[in-house]
Design a protein around this ligand. Structure first.
Ligand code: BGC
Length: 421
């Protein structure tokens, strides 16, 4: 910011100088008598303008610094502890980076931990953050049910906790939940399949298999429910058939959202139900890490030649490449950069002693959609007030507008999008 303003002021000076030099030049050629004095005056004016501009720039700089200092003051040396689940699932790297950037930008100290998808590690990480006397905790849980004890310690220390992206269950230590509308994520996947197959008009039947996420992650069941319910009526009337018979969340779940686990389960499904030439039309996968495994299984173990509709979520790099190459059909993108902005404003509000509610959305004036929901997310101790952002369907057709033009990704020379964070 300081740099931008300084540059603008200096550019202004240069322009003023060149305009004045221009006048001097004209006088030189048209009126040599008074030319010198005009030039001298112009030089003097230029110098004055330069001085004024550089004073302005210094003032601008000083006022920017004051603003930053004020931000520091409002942060008041406060520290924010961020506990992310793992670096091995791509999106959390982006979440961590965006959150860190947002809070540091406002002058907060930030401690960011990753727990290698291990519950014990995450408990230790959070204990460490509490011992470190953080003023606010932002937690994306590895396992939604395993943090009750450690978060009770946070509560004892009066540290507010924001449940980030994944709802943390069985604890009354959570102040707020910030996420995307998880049911809608699944619903968008189901509706995408409905539209691709034109289920309201086509005769079918079509064959579909589901792959869901980690049972330890509260989101996984919600995504599956959203997708399944969008397709249920077509399943009930026989237009959509599930040859494996695996229709329950527990049957289709993937521990730790792990790619190789999703792949080997899908290889089994293909071997048991499709090796006789049965056509697979859809692999509905809850997210990109599972879609990646399923796509690999289809590539190596599926005998059919049709292109299977494959859904996903997140916009992971390898999956976007697969979308470009036609191996995956869509992903549901969640702008985690915006989630970080919402989390910052929520965190700042909590730390200033407010009790944020729907009013925060108006006050913050975000340029993205967000709803305040006090009904949908009950964590077993009561309903948790939630701020929910809007997910977006991304296909080959809108990768450029949704992901590249928005600055989240850049298109590489290899023709594939790469995350900018
Ligand atoms: C997130 C998804 C992500 C999955 C695995 C879920 O809790 O909401 O965006 O794909 O975890 O990382």
């Amino acid at each position: 910011m300081v740099k931008k303003k300084l540059m603008a002021a200096l550019l202004g000076t240069a322009m003023a100088a060149s305009l004045l030099t221009g006048c001097g030049g004209a006088a030189d050629s048209g009126n040599s008598g008074s030319g010198d004095s005009t030039t001298a005056a112009a030089v003097e004016e230029t110098e004055e303008a330069t001085e004024a501009a550089s004073e302005e720039a210094t003032e601008a700089e000083a006022s920017e610094e004051a603003t930053e200092a004020a931000a520091d003051d409002s942060a008041g040396g406060k520290k924010v502890g961020i506990a992310m689940p793992t670096k091995s699932l791509e999106r959390w790297n982006r979440d961590g980076a965006y959150l860190e950037e947002q809070f540091k930008g406002k002058g907060y100290d930030v401690a960011l931990t990753y727990s290698d998808n291990k519950v014990d590690q995450q408990v230790k990480d959070i204990e460490g953050l509490i011992a470190d006397k953080v003023d606010l905790l932002i937690v994306a849980a590895v396992d939604g049910e395993s943090l009750s004890q450690v978060l009770a310690e946070a509560k004892d220390e009066n540290i507010p906790v924001i449940s980030y992206d994944r709802l943390i269950l069985k604890t009354d230590a959570i102040s707020y939940y910030v996420s995307f509308d998880n049911y809608t994520v699944g619903k968008l996947q189901g509706e995408f399949v409905r539209d691709q197959l034109d289920l309201d008009n086509a005769e079918g039947p079509f064959n579909i298999e589901f792959t869901a996420g980690d049972p330890a992650d509260n989101n996984a069941g919600v995504f599956f429910k959203g997708a399944y319910e969008a397709l249920e009526k077509y399943i009930d009337d026989g237009k959509l058939v599930i040859p494996s018979g695996q229709t329950e969340f527990d049957q289709v779940a993937t521990k730790a959202w792990d790619t190789p686990t999703a792949m080997s389960r899908f290889q089994n499904i293909l071997a048991s139900n499709y090796s006789d030439g049965t056509q697979l039309d859809v692999a509905l996968c809850s997210n990109d890490s599972t879609a990646l495994g399923v796509t690999q299984a289809i590539e190596t173990d599926y005998a059919g030649t049709n292109s299977v509709i494959v859904t996903g979520q997140d916009g992971d790099e390898a999956n976007l490449a697969n979308i470009i190459d036609g191996k995956q059909t869509m992903t549901v993108y969640k702008a985690v950069a915006n989630l970080a902005v919402a989390t910052l404003d929520l965190g700042v509000s909590i730390l200033s002693g407010e009790t944020p509610d729907a009013g925060l959305i108006d006050k913050a004036g975000w340029d993205f959609k967000c709803v305040y929901d006090t009904e949908s997310y009950d964590n077993g101790t009561g309903k948790i007030p939630s701020f929910l952002l809007d997910p977006t369907v991304v296909t080959k057709d809108n990768i450029q507008t949704e992901l590249v033009d928005t600055g989240y990704y850049e298109m590489g020379e290899d023709g594939y999008p790469h995350p900018t964070k």
